[in-house]
Design a protein around this ligand. Sequence first.
Ligand SMILES: C[S@@+](CC[C@H](N)C(=O)[O-])C[C@H]1O[C@@H](n2cnc3c(N)ncnc32)[C@H](O)[C@@H]1O
Length: 188
Amino acid sequence: MTERNFVIIGHRAHTAADWKLDDLCGGAGRLDVLVRCVTASLWKSHGIRKETNVWLILNGPPNAPITVHFSGEKIRYLNPDERSTAALIRNGLIKYKNQNDALETSPGITMERIGLEDVLMKLPNPVLLSETGKDNIGNSATFILGDDKDPTESEMKVLDNLPKINLGNESLLSSACITLIHHRLDGN
Ligand SMILES: C[S@@+](CC[C@H](N)C(=O)[O-])C[C@H]1O[C@@H](n2cnc3c(N)ncnc32)[C@H](O)[C@@H]1O
């Protein structure tokens, strides 16, 4: 099966472990949205989608950006619940504090001080999922999404040349968009 990549832009997601696991929506800067995207990307009913990678771009305070890469092939200790996925990110941010080079903070999770532009350079055929998109999905393998907000104007400068894919008339949760993309690519 072809590799799939999901890139989610976390506009306010904190880049230090200065939040509590009980406060993912508030203190962590809507990290709840991002960890739901990890679950939707990587979990099947009884196992992990090994061909899928998730890239969470943390663009919140105090030291943005940090990108967290989850490799479906290498991931270990991932559970389907939001809290334990958030705990993997929190523990990773503690380990990554004061580091400059990329670091595998736990098996299959790597943190790196790069943002959207650098992430896109690593990935094949990127497309933006957009409520106003008009392009065809084609043979896309890399899907970029906003969190609870669409990409900002400055992010759109990086994304403007990409094909834009619409998934219907309703504005959906990012995690729901990921499930729809898997459904479309899995086939019948
Ligand atoms: C919750 S929506 C953003 C909500 C809204 N546009 C706003 O800024 O308040 C999060 C992301 O999911 C994707 N998305 C949501 N609905 C979509 C649709 N109908 N077609 C394609 N992508 C969609 C987009 O990438 C969007 O940035």
